[in-house]
Design a binder for this molecule. Structure first.
Ligand code: G4P
Length: 526
């Protein structure tokens, strides 16, 4: 197969949702309908259950699972589908944001009773920033939820995107019968009681005006015909280009748990979702069809085995063909590196891969040299953009609690920061180190992992800060003045850039008003 054919048959995406909407269940059912697994229940949730915040074994267990499920690839009707997993817990949402830089589209899962929730909104904002094409799956139709038309309005209003239903529910709650496929204009009714497998026990109806429909769904047939007519009247024809520009979200209804609406979603997704697209670097745009390899690391995962404390770096291929044992240029270090056992991820297992193509994710073994955002090429010095760190909102001083393990602590902190677990700031005035996080759970994870992976002990001390923001200015005089006046609140980030640590919204506002030539950035990429 040519490079072009390989690229065009790839669909790399993430499923995102507010916790509990059904992301894990839908992922598993996509694997089931895609033939990647044969019985549902094989994929474990990487969810950290409520109340488990202090249960480190639970965090470790989840981390172990999420290595296996980080990327789930499978072949379906000649399409290579790559699902990138994202953590459900909001304390790890930075991880999710980074994963979104490596996908070409997303599926957002919404609970039909709860509608659009807080995290749905946040994640959609990230998609909008990047114009990522979005498909919505409204889940749990087997329970009584909001009216479908009301849900569509809510999505349009709250997520600020136009919608177009491509499937439609036949009733809901206990009398839910299934979904009409508006994309293919047909209806599959499933009768199997066993929801952990896919069976052939299906009745296919090609025309909803046929009396056959009434035989199977009774009184709901007339309602469906009315609804479909209404939908076709209100919503314009589905336009694939508007969807691919990120301006229109096709909407599917179903019940992932009960296998309803999943196949309709998967088939249409394979048909309409974009194949790997162009990516932006600091020097130029990269076309996936270029012959030479380019790619970047969007995620680093420490190995779970205490005897092999190496890490896996996840490389997203952006152009060209990746080959095992071929030397590639690591832009960060300027070194040429070759990989003898790169991994590909198929469903929930990994295997050594000889070739990989744009859209694929390759797992590289790393002994602590790689950072999130690192770029690989065949010699060109470029850096991929769009992998920002977000301005953290929770801060603590980190102190060494075991004087004999000073080196181990420094190494551990350094590597955990490279993994993107949190951000480290060093106060300019006295060199004290401050950890900044987005979610409180990250502090516990750092302490636990320092102890178990680096035999180092740390202690936290409270510090009252509101926000960290990166500062820059062309006005040297004003910047110098700022540095002098805010001497106690200026730190350096890991890359030596100036960061202002504001202790209240008020002090930040004052600083912004007074120092008009200074730019205050809330993400690290500017
Ligand atoms: P998440 O990854 O988005 O957090 O959600 P997850 O799939 O874990 O689903 C959250 C809960 O919702 C689970 O129940 C799951 O069984 C249920 N669920 C998912 N899809 C459907 C559906 O279509 N209909 C109904 N009625 N429920 C659905 P749980 O009790 O929290 O977990 P579990 O003990 O069943 O695993």
């Amino acid at each position: 197969m040519s490079l072009e054919q390989e690229i065009k048959r790839r669909r790399t995406f993430a499923i995102i949702s507010h916790p509990d909407a059904g992301k894990t269940t839908l992922t598993e059912k996509l694997l089931l309908f895609g033939g990647a697994i044969h019985v549902a229940g094989a994929v474990k949730s990487n969810k950290i259950k409520k109340g488990a915040t202090s249960d480190f074994m639970e965090i470790e267990r989840q981390r172990g699972i999420s290595v296996a499920t980080s990327v789930m690839g499978f072949e379906y009707n000649d399409i290579k589908v790559n699902i990138l997993d994202t953590p459900g817990h909001e304390d790890f949402q930075e991880d999710t944001f980074r994963t979104l830089t490596a996908v070409d589209s997303v599926i957002i899962v919404i609970d039909c009773a709860k509608g659009v929730e807080a995290q749905t909104r946040k994640l959609m904002n990230v998609c909008r920033m990047r114009n990522t094409p979005v498909i919505v799956f409204i889940n749990k139709l087997d329970r009584i939820g909001k009216d479908p038309f009301e849900l569509l309005d809510e999505i349009e209003e709250e997520l600020k995107i136009k919608t177009r239903p491509l499937s439609w529910p036949i009733s809901m709650g206990p009398s839910f019968k299934g979904v009409y496929n508006m994309y293919e204009r047909n209806l599959n009714l499933f009768f199997s009681e066993d929801k952990t497998v896919v069976t052939d026990d299906v009745v296919k109806i090609d025309d909803i005006s046929s009396p056959e429909l009434d035989t199977y769904v009774g009184d709901y047939a007339e309602k469906l015909r009315e609804d479909v007519e209404l939908v076709e009247g209100i919503y314009p024809e589905f336009d694939i280009d508007t969807y691919r520009r990120g301006e229109l979200a096709p909407v599917f209804f179903g019940s992932a748990l009960n296998n309803f609406g999943v196949k309709e979603l998967l088939n249409c997704f394979c048909d309409i979702a974009p194949y790997p697209q162009k990516t932006v670097t600091d020097a130029r745009e990269i076309d996936p069809f270029e012959e030479k390899l380019t790619g970047f690391i969007f995620k680093i995962h420490a190995n779970m085995d205490p005897n092999h404390r190496n890490r896996i770096a996840f490389l997203k291929i952006c152009s060209g063909t990746f080959e095992r044992n071929k030397p590639y240029f690591h832009v960060g270090s300027g070194k040429s590196l070759r990989f003898s056992s790169p991994n590909a991820f198929m469903a929930s297992k990994k295997e050594v891969v000889d070739f990989a193509y744009p859209g694929d994710i390759v797992g590289l073994h790393d002994t602590g040299n790689f950072k999130i955002g690192d770029t690989f090429t065949e010699g060109e010095k470029i850096n991929f953009k769009g992998i920002p760190s977000f301005s953290p909102e929770l801060f603590q001083y980190i102190e060494n609690a075991d004087p004999l393990k000073f080196k181990q602590l420094a190494k551990g902190v350094d590597q955990l920061m490279d993994e993107g677990v949190a951000q480290l700031f060093t106060l300019k005035m006295n060199g004290r180190k401050i950890i900044g996080c987005v979610g409180a759970l990250q502090f516990d994870v750092i302490q636990y992992r320092l102890e178990h992976e680096y035999t180092a002990k740390c202690r936290y001390e409270p510090i009252s800060l509101y926000k960290a923001c990166w500062i820059e200015s062309d006005n040297k005089e004003q910047l110098d003045d700022f540095m002098r006046r805010k001497y106690t609140h200026v730190a350096l980030d890991k890359h030596g850039r100036n960061v202002f640590l504001a202790d209240s919204p008020y002090s930040l506002q004052l600083a912004q008003e007074k120092f008009t030539d200074i730019k205050f950035h809330f993400t690290s990429e500017f």
